[in-house]
Design a protein around this ligand. Structure first.
Ligand code: GLN
Length: 535
């Protein structure tokens, strides 16, 4: 029988519920428990595919091509697993399914209501997944916070679930500390927990987010007012690395408390735990530093680049090198050459990540030209590959004004263009080239040296491709096409021949894991370290 853990948020978003969910699942997995996370989001979008990364944060892509919430990135990175669409539910998907059922006549004669129909639909979905994957534990993260209209019926469903199955409720809350008062305050948390109790749910554990560790007297006070035991209040103050969170929880005894409450006899896998601890230590002890510029258009909201940042952290932990990220808004690089030099001065490596739309494109191209002509290591991701080929076409192959039809539909040299099958696509959701694709790498290239094998898999999310008509001229002028799809029809990897510059049409950051960093990021950071003369 599957047991359940439900993680609810209170007071404000951005407390890191996803990391807490990931950490709880991580701990159970160290005890060889068959555990998976599951996420409900209350919005009415069917999935995250059409959301703006500048508002909602990164759109994460799974192997099966589903476009999901960025928390899935944390689940996969912490658990070192590949998830699929079964584990993501949105308000939109739920309503679509229930309305389709109604149209098929499955509720004939009834008036379809939140209780029981919608709630039953939620319970059926959750139990189906538990059975399908034969889970010991499903950790359900509820998006948003208690009190939101959007998730209220889902929380109600969780109350019903607890009537039928073993459910442990975790409530994440925040302890503010005003500088002038100098003490952590529990009143907001108390009120939020009261609101939850009015909904019929009593928390089993309270996770407190704060800047500094929770003070013992504050823990006692919160425990008393919220009806939980002292040791069931789990401190989650700001740590130097998110990968230390599960370890910090275990130091507080959460592993044994959880196993007891779930009535599961798990044996710890010390070897796996040790691998994790060693990496956290390497990250903490790293002293050597490199500076990397990320040149993009969403640089003011770092959540838009969540996986990219984590992939860099994974390479840091692998190499024991600290990366100082300099965020460069690409439009700034369009002002003039002096500004480019000023902003990229002293940088040991440049990354152009994924992106959509025309804004800031020329600035990114300027950054790539700067990297190529000054032999600064370059890493291009998706859009970063398209722009690397455009820069090369313009400045090395002399195809003046070369562009992608995404940015200039009338360009004379369509070096990057839509695939014919994309021309008639009207629906925006789920219609890009999405999910896991095989690439074949050329031997003796930087791509091959990085991955150390010929056939590799990475996730994709894009509509445009390098135009095959320009492959010959690019290659004749020294650009190396180091990877293609297995049928050689699409360009997947390109590189410069005179210095370290590599780009992929894929998003390798999406498959980078704390224990298994992306090979491409490791090669790139190593090159940057050479550039900084620390390796
Ligand atoms: N806008 C480009 C395309 O659709 C690149 C997408 C991306 O970087 N993910 O092909």
């Amino acid at each position: 029988m599957t047991k359940y853990i439900v993680v609810l948020g209170t007071l404000l978003s951005g407390l890191g519920k996803g990391l807490i969910t990931s950490s709880i699942a991580r701990i159970l997995k160290w005890y060889n428990v068959n555990v998976m996370p599951f996420k409900f989001d209350g919005y009415l979008n069917y999935d995250c595919g059409t959301m703006n990364p500048y508002r909602h944060g990164e759109v994460f892509v799974l192997d099966d091509g589903s476009e999901v919430d960025m928390d899935f990135g944390n689940y996969e990175r912490f658990l070192n697993i590949n998830m699929n669409k079964d584990f993501s539910l949105t308000g939109g998907k739920l309503f679509k399914d229930i309305i389709e059922k109604e149209r098929r006549g499955e509720f004939l004669g009834e008036d379809v209501q939140v209780i029981p129909h919608l709630v039953n639909e939620i319970l059926a979905k959750i139990k189906n997944i538990s059975n399908k994957y034969n889970l010991d534990v499903l950790v359900i993260e509820v998006g948003g916070t208690v009190g939101d209209l959007e998730n209220s019926y889902f929380i109600e469903a969780m109350r019903h679930l607890a009537l039928e199955e073993k459910v442990i409720f975790f409530v994440v809350t925040y302890l503010p500390k005003l500088r002038v008062v100098g003490e952590q305050k529990t009143k907001p948390a108390q009120l939020a927990i009261k609101a939850l109790m009015q909904m019929g749910i009593r928390p089993d554990f309270i996770v407190t987010r704060s800047e500094e560790e929770i003070e013992p007297n504050i823990k006692k006070k919160l425990a008393l007012f919220s009806n939980v035991k002292d040791d069931h209040i789990i401190d989650d103050h700001d740590l130097d690395t998110i990968y230390a969170i599960p370890l910090h929880f275990m130091e507080q005894g959460l592993d044994n408390l959880l196993l007891n409450e779930l009535d599961i006899k798990g044996e710890i896998n010390n070897e796996e735990l040790k691998k994790w601890q060693e990496r956290v230590e390497r990250l903490r002890n790293a002293k050597k530093r490199v500076s990397i510029a990320i040149v993009g258009k969403y640089t003011k909201l770092h959540d838009s680049y969540a996986s990219l940042i984590e992939a860099i952290h994974h390479a840091e932990a692998e190499l024991g090198i600290i990366v100082d990220i300099k965020w460069v808004e690409s439009e700034e690089l369009e002002i003039n050459n002096d500004r480019v030099k000023e902003l990229l001065n002293g940088i040991h490596g440049i990354i152009v990540p994924g992106g959509f739309g025309k804004r800031g494109i020329e600035g990114m191209i300027n950054a790539i030209e700067f990297a190529r002509t000054n032999k600064i290591p370059y890493l291009g991701l998706c859009l970063g590959l398209q722009l690397m080929s455009i820069e090369y076409a313009r400045n090395v192959c002399n195809l003046e004004g070369a562009n992608s039809t995404e940015f200039d539909p009338n360009t004379k040299y369509k070096v990057v263009d839509l695939l014919p099958e994309q021309l008639n696509v009207i629906y925006k959701g789920g219609t890009m080239r999405l999910g896991l694709w095989d690439s074949k790498l050329k031997i003796n290239t930087k791509a091959y040296e990085s991955y150390k094998k010929e056939i590799i898999q990475e996730r994709h999310r894009h509509r445009y491709e390098v135009n095959n008509e320009y492959r010959e001229i690019l290659e004749n002028n020294g650009l190396i096409i180091s990877g293609t799809t297995l049928d050689n029809k699409l360009v997947e990897f390109i590189e410069w021949s005179n210095s370290f510059g590599i780009a992929t049409q894929a998003h390798p950051e999406l498959k980078s894991r704390f224990l298994e960093p992306s090979p491409l990021f490791v090669s790139f950071i190593k090159e940057a370290a050479k550039q900084a003369s620390i390796l």
